[in-house]
Design a protein around this ligand. Structure first.
Ligand SMILES: [Zn+2]
Length: 312
């Protein structure tokens, strides 16, 4: 593993990032491109393959995808990419590359990266939650990634915490993703026109451009509506995290994603709220923020994990 090289693609709704790294996580080359999402499946496969042409000298390929995938590498539904119903992603990529390609859901691969390259090394059982535009997750049980019966496990963003809540991208109502993701935070703000008008900070921003980052900026400046919105977000996330703690009894909860980068105090606030929420089932489960590099190495970690598993 140490001498091998791994080519990883992070294939998201807005951009594709390719990295070439060694088994110890040292990145040797990085290429980024905008995702050509409007042109459909085969064009995107061609785009990934042509980015791959800029790399030579690699042993294994890992590709991560921003939606659920079966154990065979077939997509289920991708809310942020047009034209992706049931697509045999693994087979199409392998045909393009003429090489074995390991594929997985992005958050699951990030959890593997937490295990290989971050503080996850210390724990046999942990839950990883990525809170960004959407919310995803990955689970480690007894030192192995947990994929479930068909490979779809870890869709932690689609745990309902408010029955009859807002409609989610998955079609259900009240998923944690529909309440506490970056997109949900901006939407919850925009739904309150009077509060927006009265907010000294948000009133100057056009509604359609309002982002989660703006709301964090507003809170830093003491804007009461922004503070309320983030307090609610912390509460919703702590309800979900407490559920995961009760369900999986993890030794740690790892957190990644754009929303976690906005404020240093967020992790402490979340921990306090989780501790309250656990009630009589309280036990001390550390909440740990993952490094940016851990997320970047996710497709590489997937390729390392899967290629070493295959050798067993
Ligand atoms: Zn959902």
């Amino acid at each position: 593993m140490a001498n091998k090289k791994y080519l990883g693609f992070d294939f998201g709704g807005t951009k594709i990032t390719a990295v070439l790294a060694k088994g110890n996580g040292d990145i040797e080359k990085r290429v980024e491109a905008k995702t050509r999402k409007l042109r459909g499946v085969s064009d995107l496969i061609n785009q990934i393959h042509s980015i791959g042409q800029q790399f030579d000298d690699f042993d294994h390929i890992g590709v991560i995808f921003p939606a659920p995938l079966s154990a065979e590498g077939i997509t289920l539904f991708a809310p942020n990419l047009m034209g992706w119903g049931s697509v045999d992603l693994k087979a199409k990529l392998e045909k393009a590359f003429q090489h074995e390609v390991f594929v997985d859901n992005d958050a699951t691969a990030q959890a593997i990266s937490v295990k290989l390259f971050d503080k996850g090394k210390k724990y046999r059982n942990f839950v990883y939650l990525v809170v960004g535009t959407g919310i995803g997750g990955g689970i480690f049980v007894n030192d192995e990634v947990y994929r479930g019966g068909k490979g779809y496990a870890g869709e932690l963003g689609h745990a309902v915490i408010l029955a009859n809540g807002p409609v989610c991208g998955c079609g259900r109502r009240g998923c944690i993703e529909s309440l506490a993701s970056g997109r949900a935070l901006a939407r919850r703000a925009a739904e309150n026109s009077r509060e927006i008008r009265d907010s000294p900070f948000l009133s100057s921003i056009p509604l359609e451009r309002l982002s989660a980052e703006d709301i964090f900026s507003g809170r830093r400046l003491g804007d009461p509506f922004c503070t309320l919105l983030i307090d609610e977000t912390v509460y919703y996330l702590s309800v979900a995290i407490s559920n995961y703690i009760n369900e999986f009894d993890p030794e740690a909860i790892f957190l990644g994603g754009g929303l976690m980068k906005n404020d240093r105090s967020l992790i402490r606030e979340l921990k306090e709220s989780v501790d309250r929420e656990l009630g009589k089932y309280y036990r001390d489960v550390p909440l740990i923020k993952v490094a940016d590099k851990t997320v970047e190495l996710a497709p590489v970690a997937l390729a390392i994990y899967e290629s070493s598993e295959a050798k067993k």
